[in-house]
Ligand binder design. Sequence first.
Ligand code: VGL
Ligand code: ZN
Length: 237
Amino acid sequence: MFNRRLVLTGFGATSVAALAPAALMAAPIKPDDASALLVIDVQNCFLPGGSLAVKDGEQVVPIINRIAKGFANVVMTQDWHTAGHVSFASTHSGKKPFETVDLSYGNQVLWPDHCVQGTDSASLSKDLAIPHAGLVIRKGFNKNVDSYSAFTEADGKTTTGLAAYLKARKVKKVFLAGLATDFCVAWSALDARKAGFETWVIEDACRGIDTQGSLAKAWADMTKAGVKRIKSEDIAA
Ligand code: VGL
Ligand code: ZN
């Protein structure tokens, strides 16, 4: 005979597994004309073989290429330092990379020389496939001031012009991806909030450096500032 109890049990299990997650899941986010994707610093210096290679940094490239297809507005950034830049450990006698120094505008982490203007190390990854990107913005080109943020230099006041550009194009929502989560992505996300944008960081489309607890601190600061943390699968294809 047909086992009714088994059938019911089976149906019950299926419905819980199949329906409950769907019911709990937020609707996917659909980028619109008021949305912009910021692709932060996907440059050779931060990729394998680079002078400041971010662990697994290359893994973000296919993810970013995929999500970028859904955005009409894409801005890419390039860390773009002078030789002898103030953020380089080699500029400060007796200092090693990942140590810090106090500068006029605050505490500065010191890095290996990286992303020097016009060098191959500073080039965007050749594996990025985002031909429709409308703007590439360079930052950190002032020899005496770093700029992790795509919006404002580390002095806290010199603008790159990015907020004005986005506002002129009626962008209200900013999505961030790229390298590194705890420095240029986080500082850009915090400044996007300060400039009044609704802000999302796409976690799996970023990788961090994580020096001295910087990754956990960056997420805590971003959460406190109202930055939303999502995954690439949360964005409608
Ligand atoms: C970055 C350290 C130094 C970044 C740039 O892109 O996150 N990190 N310069
Ligand atoms: Zn830099």
